[in-house]
Design a protein around this ligand. Structure first.
Ligand code: DX5
Ligand code: ZN
Length: 218
């Protein structure tokens, strides 16, 4: 299904109210919920791990899309799968054996995603196309919400869409998605748009009305 999907990132949500935040964004039209896991090693920020994902899971009716910005990855795959992740995405830069990591993700019963940092070329995933369900193109350097979209990545999206051909692989965009940048990547072939700060905009569960409006604007 290549229709456009919005995946709000709870990195910009109220960390003390994840359950209510997930329910609120879904009620207002979120297609997927994007969950950013950071380890303070692969990226210079720390969020949370599999226990938090498991705690969030019952509050999400649809797809839980877990983005692992951690290294190493393999030892934690089973825990994230058992937490109820629909997609588990690992970075191609996270270690020398991304092929094994993707095998392990599918082996654990989840859909497998591979993410590329801005400096990593599209060709890095050419030999992985038959083992992934999603390719995540980072349009910021991972680690923080609210950064500026890196325009050079639009061409990478175009290259990946051509490379993928008929394969049923999602192209996800992560970072700096706004009403201005969303059309650029959608036209280049992306179908899942992650958006953190643009959706939450300082909103909260106490005042959830802006979420839906912000998502529609994207
Ligand atoms: C960045 C994360 C993103 C982030 C996007 O490292 O992977 O998911 O939350 O946030 P915005 O939409 O604010 O750029
Ligand atoms: Zn992310």
């Amino acid at each position: 299904d290549r229709s456009l999907k919005i995946a709000p990132s709870i990195l910009s949500a109220d960390f003390a109210n994840f359950g209510a935040e997930c329910a609120a964004i879904e009620a207002q039209g979120a297609d997927w919920v994007h969950v950013d896991v950071m380890d303070g090693h692969f990226v210079p920020n720390i969020t949370f791990g599999p226990a938090t994902c498991a705690a969030i899971r019952p509050h999400i009716k649809g797809v839980m899309d877990v983005h692992l910005m951690i290294s190493p990855v393999d030892a934690y795959i089973d825990a994230f799968a058992e937490a109820g992740s629909d997609f588990i995405t690992a970075h191609v830069e996270a270690g020398p054996h991304i092929h094994r990591t993707l095998q392990a993700i599918r082996g654990a019963g989840a859909k497998a995603g591979v993410a590329l940092n801005p400096a990593t070329p599209a060709s890095a995933v050419e030999y992985l196309l038959d083992m992934v369900d999603l390719i995540c193109v980072m349009t910021v350097n991972p680690g923080f919400g609210g950064q500026k979209f890196i325009h050079s990545q639009v061409e990478k999206v175009r290259q990946l869409r051509a490379m993928i051909g008929d394969r049923p692989i999602h192209i996800e965009i992560d970072g700096g998605v706004t009403p201005e940048t969303a059309p650029l990547v959608a036209q280049a072939g992306a179908d899942v748009l992650v958006a953190g700060s643009a959706v939450f905009k300082g909103g909260s569960v106490q005042n959830p009305a802006p979420y839906g409006d912000n998502m529609r604007a994207i």
